[in-house]
Design a protein around this ligand. Structure first.
Ligand code: GTP
Ligand code: MG
Length: 439
């Protein structure tokens, strides 16, 4: 950790009502006093104080609220000063330059939060939740990030690590006894507890990862089908606005058209495509090529057919959801696997949303569950599960007990990596490189 006093603008670039500069480190109060041209840094802790900030020549740069948070009761755990001035990029930059003249160093991306981790204010999973909160594209994602930030997920991991430690201690204790003195039941009970208390909860967490990661990473969904079946109408309906041109002329859509919307809190980029058919028109042919590629690259594909035209019902490529549109027009029993809808009359659309969310991972997890939201966490949990299983196999196979203990200790370290415990310098570097400056 750098032993410096750092400063950065914490509000986003651009003009705004308020702009904030954050300072953290042992020199915070001193540089803030110098900025205000006070002889002594005699700030009352955690009290908002109206103050004026000057450049080196004594000219006023801005006036605003200054708050001093002495260590350890601050965001970073160090002495922190927050300056809330006007949201003017030029004035904020000039104040920041002045702070650098007074001895501050520019903060690196995420350095304030990293310092919070290094001073044990929060664990690493909470630090990641800070970034996730800021990046959340939907309310559901934001709420999930909040729960992680409050430490619910971290607490689960910590509990698992404690249970694991207890069970490893049992294995290690038994190393001191000759095998014939250990009752047969001893190890099967141990294995049972490992499965119930540690492995099962890890498996449940892993099962939530598909939805958890989707909530933050989003999904690309392509709509495909024959011309004139209502693909663009469906896009408009789901997007909630008239984004795509709709007409009864087949071949209306040529290029790919994308809109962002959300389904059950999952951010979705929806791509409308050209109707699939053989065409002599060069532009339309290119449209069809692009449609095919979009379907290949999408996370999920919705195939749309027209109930009144059976020739539109067959689809040879991949699709995850089959819609029979225009059921208002034709009184037919749709073929198996098709969801009947009428985009025009908004029939079946709620069910369509549910099914789409299900395809994207919103299945077995309730809204109340804590989810695994990061690939990093999923990998660490997966690795822990594997090591625990290895140990369990060895335990029942009555192999060397010290190898069992070693597997399980490694599983413990793997879980520890999630919280930033152990030798994690390289993990910290990777995690914080995704942050914005000032956070
Ligand atoms: N009756 C009825 N008509 C619909 C329905 N959905 C769409 N249509 C009509 O079908 C025609 C074609 O709709 P589009 O959304 O442009 O179809 P598309 O699949 O995008 O067509 P292309 O872009 O040409 O491939 C329009 O006249 C729509 O108003 C529906 O549920 N019922
Ligand atoms: Mg269209």
């Amino acid at each position: 950790m750098r032993d410096t006093t750092i400063a950065a603008i914490a509000t986003p670039p651009g003009r705004g009502g308020v702009g904030m500069i954050r300072i953290s480190g042992a020199g915070s109060a001193r540089v803030a006093a110098d900025l205000c041209r006070f002889s002594e840094p005699d700030f009352t802790p955690r009290q908002a104080r109206l103050s004026r900030w000057f450049d080196a020549g004594g000219e006023l740069l801005d006036a605003g609220i200054l708050i001093y948070f002495p260590a350890p009761n601050s965001y970073t755990g160090e002495d922190v000063v927050e300056l809330q001035g006007h949201g003017s990029p030029v004035l904020l930059q000039a104040i920041l330059e002045r702070l650098f003249e007074l001895g501050c160093e520019p903060a690196e991306p995420g350095e304030f939060t990293r310092r919070a981790v290094e001073h044990n204010k929060i664990d690493l999973s909470q630090a990641e939740a800070v970034a996730a909160c800021i990046d959340a594209a939907t309310l559901r994602a934001g709420k999930q990030a909040q729960r992680q930030l409050q430490g619910e997920f971290g607490l689960m991991i910590e509990t698992l690590m404690q249970d694991l430690t207890g069970l490893v201690a049992h294995v290690e204790a038994s190393l001191d006894f000759p095998e014939e003195e250990i009752p047969d039941l001893y190890f099967s009970r141990l294995a049972e507890r490992m499965r119930g208390q540690v492995l099962e909860p890890i498996r449940r967490l892993l099962a939530s990862a598909r939805l958890g990661e989707r909530l933050f990473d989003g999904a690309v969904v392509a709509i495909i089908g024959a011309p004139n079946v209502g693909k663009s109408s469906l896009l408009n309906l789901l997007a909630g606005r008239e984004r795509a041109i709709v007409s009864d002329i087949p071949g209306t859509t040529r290029d790919i058209l994308e809109v962002d919307f959300e389904v059950h809190g999952i951010p979705v980029r929806l791509a409308d495509t050209a109707g699939l058919r053989d065409s002599s028109d060069e532009i339309e042919r290119e449209g069809v090529r692009r449609a095919t590629r979009a379907a290949e690259e999408a996370d999920a594909v919705i195939f749309v057919a027209d109930a009144s035209r059976p020739e539109t019902w067959t689809h040879r490529g991949r699709a995850d959801l089959y819609l029979m549109n225009k059921i208002d027009k034709a009184d037919i029993e749709p073929p198996a696997g098709f969801l009947p809808v009428s985009v025009r009359e908004r029939n079946g659309v709620d069910l369509l949303r549910d099914r789409l969310a299900g395809i994207l991972g919103d299945l077995d997890v309730s809204g109340e569950d804590v989810l695994v939201t990061r690939e990093r966490h999923r990998q660490a949990l997966g690795q822990a599960a594997e090591l625990i299983e290895n140990g369990l196999r060895r335990l029942t196979g009555e192999e060397e007990l010290d190898l069992v203990a070693m597997d399980w200790r490694r599983a413990w370290s793997s879980l520890g990596g999630i919280l930033g415990i152990g030798d994690v310098e390289h993990i910290l570097d990777r995690v914080f490189s995704d942050f914005c400056i000032g956070k």
